[in-house]
Design a protein around this ligand. Sequence first.
Ligand code: SF4
Length: 289
Amino acid sequence: MHYINAKTILSSKNGMNLYRGCSHGCIYCDSRSKIYNMNHDFEDIEVKENGIRLLKNALKRKREKVMIGTGSMTDPYIPLESNLKFMRESLELIYKYGHGFTCITKSDLILRDLDLIKKINENTKAVVQMTLTTADDELCKILEPNVCTTKERVNVLKTLNENNIPTIVWLCPILPYINDTEENINQILDYCIDANVKGILCFGMGMTLREGNREYFYKKLDEHFPGLKERYRRTYRNSYGIKSPNNKKLMKIFLQRTDEHGIMNNIEDIFEYLHEFPSHESTKQTTLM
Ligand code: SF4
């Protein structure tokens, strides 16, 4: 881990990244791609030392209340967050200045901040987004080795539901010849139905590979799935978008079952929902205890 002094903290769309790099170790991670020009090792996490001060100034200055989002490039609930508590401080500020919050994570560490997420949700809106890729926890430990397993994540989704926090599941990536089975998709959908999730984001049954993440993914295939790298190379060559041969069949199951259970499945609708700040009267600036 190393510190930097950042110039800004919020993107034009109110996205926030307090950290850069990630230690969860997902073998397919796109954030490793060369295109992002990371000038340090991916696991050597860059911490924005002045991130909280920048956030406070940015939130104070905003004329309109907005949804603050985090987690698209880096999971903010990485182990070092346990000590640094930057996320917790951010949530306190988001609550204090009356904004909304949404976060993508795979970690059960988010439950540490349930009290604040509840307060934001009661005041404005909070939505937690969680990624599920495999119903098989042993496979999960290979694909996403340094973060809690799918079953533990499902328990997080259930706890959030019990506390009236809406949840969105990212059903991706689906890796050809690894987790692209009917059994897997059906089991994950069962989990989502059970946890009463509001929506499931699925961009097609597949994954993306490009310079930087492809090399890492292939190295991990050699370690855990001997011979599979050659099959990927033969089938997909240097393609960026990698579609499972079972895409059509699996998408049919996904769409049918989500429709049956009233779970949002339209990508545009879900993103609109995530960005939409509620306009009801009760949204107000609050004072921290
Ligand atoms: S949690 Fe996200 S950012 Fe972290 S390694 Fe996994 S895919 Fe990459």
